[in-house]
Ligand binder design. Structure first.
Ligand code: CMC
Length: 428
């Protein structure tokens, strides 16, 4: 806390509110006593000026294009760290020692299998169901199987359920994919890395050996790191809000998956690739740029713009580099990569995008990489959910362990009718 206060005048009275200091980034005006003192609420529907919690996990400076986990820049983590190490960092607040990392990896590896009965859940879905629908259902169903880790007041239960969620997501994601293409499920292989195991469960078949390509394995791991956490975004806030009522972690993560699915959030990677395919060739770009700028057309450039970043999304920089590496390793010459690059250049130089500070976000290039690796577009958001699970779990844990934690209960500006008497139907 600082000695600084924010002063406010309302109805002829003066009020003073404390200002809480951030380590870096904007300080906040603590208005927790505002209603008790003034009988007024504040209104901020999209949370554009409102901090919903205190957190020490992730920091974003949207103006500068900075993203830090535990203080470490995302570019450095993507370059030098691994998804397992970044997960440890998010869950524990510090980078692990060699032994700590080894132990963490072993713990996660030991939880990769699903309860065998859960496999039957998949056959209840239509084969053409969206894998996000399947994931939502199956993750929610985990709470029906792992009763021994749903006491949210027990730190050990919280630890085990967190590990289970991180470990089982790749298995669930791969099973959702296998189910959609009618191939048998492939069980986890605990000798492989986290991304390697996921690739084998997704693209391997029981009839053949599957060899993990180290370039693809590294790219997959990097994509997971880039999606691991992103402060109080919509799905994370959903997980926190669901968890604030005391709901079990599996149910909370299922809620986060549902929120992530929307095209304005995690669904944008699928929408971005579909858009690039629809554009198809460089000569059609101006037509789409014009549509994106037309107020009467609901079309938006998917993979562009961000609520927080008013600069290049630092994850997009790494993603573009990774796309280069993967395409050249696989020898893929996908014309949509040229469309993407050209579209980016045109948009970055167009006054509409410049004035509104609309830059490529993490989803602009991720679809190109995932498609080159062999994932169908429906799987893109599933991969986002897989990786974001660690962020959701870390944020959920942070919230539950806070002694001042309260159920999230926003208020409203009521604009409906004032009290009136009921009119019997024959008198209306
Ligand atoms: N194409 C064209 N115009 C845009 C775009 C876009 N992609 N994004 C924002 N604008 C315009 C918008 O029309 C508005 O113009 P005006 O002020 O004249 O009404 C202005 O820019 C501000 O937009 P907003 O919708 O008020 O901004 P927001 O902060 O509420 O929305 C966003 C952020 C990400 C939902 C939005 O930029 C968008 O819809 N982008 C496309 C979807 C996308 O790529 N989403 C992925 C986000 S990153 C991954 C994730 O978080 O999951």
């Amino acid at each position: 806390m600082s000695n600084e206060t924010a002063k406010m005048s309302l109805g002829g009275k003066d009020y003073e509110f404390p200002v809480l200091k951030a380590t870096t980034g904007p300080d906040v005006i603590d208005i927790r006593k505002l209603y008790a003192q003034t009988n007024n609420f504040t209104l901020d529907p999209g949370f554009t000026s409102t901090a919903s919690c205190e957190s020490n996990l992730t920091f974003i400076d949207g103006g500068e294009g900075v993203l830090l986990h535990g203080g470490y820049p995302i570019g450095q983590l993507a370059e030098h760290s691994s998804f397992m190490e970044t997960s440890y960092l998010l869950l524990n607040g510090t980078l692990p020692s060699k032994n700590e990392l080894k132990e963490f990896k072993t713990t996660i590896t030991n939880h990769t299998m699903l309860h065998e009965q859960l496999a039957k859940f998949f056959s209840g879905f239509r084969r053409d169901a969206h894998p996000m629908a399947i994931m939502c259902g199956v993750v929610g169903a985990l709470s029906a199987f792992y009763h021994d880790s749903t006491d949210i007041n027990d730190p050990e239960h919280r630890r085990i359920s967190s590990h289970r969620l991180i470990a089982k997501m790749p298995t669930i994601a791969a099973m959702a994919y296998k189910y959609s293409i009618g191939q048998p499920f492939v069980y986890p292989d605990n000798t492989l890395s986290y991304p390697g195991n996921f690739l084998r469960m997704t693209f391997g078949v029981p009839a053949e050996e599957y060899e993990v390509d180290p370039v693809i394995e590294r790219a997959m791991d990097r994509i997971f790191i880039l999606h691991a956490d992103h402060e109080q975004n919509a799905s994370t806030s959903t997980v926190r809000l669901a968890g604030s009522s005391g709901a079990n972690p599996f149910a909370c993560i299922a809620a986060g998956i549902a929120c992530l699915w929307g095209p304005a959030h995690g669904g944008a990677n699928e929408a971005a690739l579909n858009m690039l395919r629809e554009i198809g060739t460089v000569d059609r770009i101006p037509e789409y740029i014009a549509r994106a700028k037309d107020k009467n057309d609901p079309f938006r450039l998917m993979g562009f713009g961000h609520r927080v970043y008013k600069n290049y999304d630092p994850r997009a920089t790494v993603m573009q580099k990774t796309a280069d590496e993967v395409l050249s390793k696989l020898g893929v010459t996908d014309p949509i990569f040229d469309v993407a690059r050209e579209l980016e250049q045109i948009a970055l130089n167009d006054p509409y995008f410049v004035e509104k500070k609309l830059y490529p976000n993490v989803d602009f290039y991720s679809g190109i990489i995932l498609s080159a690796i062999g994932f169908p577009t429906e799987m893109f958001t599933v991969l986002f959910a897989l990786a974001r699970t660690v962020g959701w779990v870390a944020q959920w844990n942070e919230m539950i362990s806070d002694p001042g934690q309260k159920i999230g209960r926003p208020r409203q500006l009521y604009t409906g009718p004032a009290q009136r008497d009921y009119i019997p139907i024959d008198k209306r």
